[in-house]
Design a protein around this ligand. Structure first.
Ligand SMILES: Nc1ncnc2c1ncn2[C@@H]1O[C@H](COP(=O)(O)OP(=O)(O)OP(=O)(O)O)[C@@H](O)[C@H]1O
Ligand SMILES: [Mg+2]
Length: 297
């Protein structure tokens, strides 16, 4: 069995944020070998910030971010060499093909195909041309095939079809069964609860609920409704006339709301000229991927 006595990653009374403003406050959280831990919460709750603070991407303002049992200020690349895998946004090189993405990630195609045989026919396809699901399989293959001690993944399954989500989550569960720890930020609440050992729910930077999936089943509705924060979506109808729709940005409710409003094409998922909460200044935001999903479907 795995040594479950020492958490792989741990936050103790951790506060972290940007500039002088903490976004996540007084956080206590841990991930032990062999467990899948889900981190849930609405847009802007501080989930991505938590992952950054736990992976060395952001230094703590107060409290401790511990790595392998010790307080650590080591940057992400050093932790990566020590077995930390981070799957965030833009996790593939879109200008390289699938095989080259694996090579750059120092993963053999044999290892990757063992995990995701679906990629076999896509080895010479540019990663930018892969479907969203294939891109995430590629990112996850790059992360899991190096046998990390711990995986931190941010919205692995956003905008993906349910069967693909199952596929990705099952791969994470199997790696955890072999001893890896995983911390998953997920929007598919019910699906992730099926594979998670423990759950933290974050709201406005604080943990508001924690427990096992069994303990939280009764609160599922409350958890899911906290995801249904509405945003004004700018879109066009079939005659290219602009329309505004107030819709939940989480995928489940978004599709219905847009269909009811007769939306043909989404122009922006923020307010007027506004930045959606949680939009990071580096690379693709989950909302952008969501928008591509809506427009390409
Ligand atoms: N690079 C940054 N600089 C300044 N503020 C930021 C930065 N990234 C995030 N924030 C702010 O921190 C808060 C929490 O953002 P974070 O991205 O951690 O939330 P989240 O729970 O991951 O949200 P989402 O579900 O939208 O991904 C938000 O108010 C956001 O505007
Ligand atoms: Mg986020």
């Amino acid at each position: 069995m795995h040594d479950t006595d020492v958490p792989l990653i741990e936050a103790r009374a951790l506060s972290a944020g940007y500039g002088s403003q903490p976004v996540v406050r007084d956080l206590d959280l841990e991930v032990r070998p062999g467990e899948v831990v889900a981190l849930l919460g609405p847009n802007g709750a501080g989930k991505t910030t938590t992952l950054r603070a736990l992976s060395g991407g952001l230094l703590p303002m107060h409290g401790e971010a511990r790595w392998l049992g010790e307080p650590s200020r080591a940057p992400l690349h050093r932790r990566a060499r020590q077995g930390l895998a981070y799957v965030g946004e833009r996790a593939v090189f879109t200008r390289l093909d699938t095989a080259d993405n694996l090579r750059v990630g120092r993963v053999t195609t044999e290892q990757a195909l063992e995990l995701f045989p679906e990629l076999a026919k896509r080895l010479r396809t540019g990663a930018g041309m892969l479907s969203g699901g294939e891109q995430q399989m590629l990112s996850l293959a790059r992360a899991l095939c190096r046998a990390p001690r711990v995986l931190l993944a941010d919205e692995l399954s956003l905008g993906l079809a349910p069967l693909v989500v199952d596929r990705l989550l099952r791969a994470v569960r199997e790696a955890a069964d072999r001893g890896m720890g995983a911390l998953l930020v997920e929007q598919h609440v019910r699906k992730v609860l099926d594979i998670a050992d423990r759950v933290y729910v974050l709201h406005r930077g604080r943990v508001t609920m924690t427990g096992t999936p069994a303990e939280l089943r009764g609160d599922l509705d409350a958890i899911e409704s906290s995801y249904l924060a509405e945003k004004t979506i700018h879109a066009t109808d079939g005659f290219l006339r602009p329309i505004e729709v107030n819709a939940p940005t989480r995928k489940a409710g978004l599709r219905d709301a847009l269909a009811r409003a007769g939306v043909q094409r989404v122009v922006s998922l923020g307010g007027p000229g506004g930045t959606p909460p949680g939009l990071s200044d580096d690379g693709f935001h989950p909302l952008q991927r969501l928008m591509r999903w809506v427009n390409d479907e």
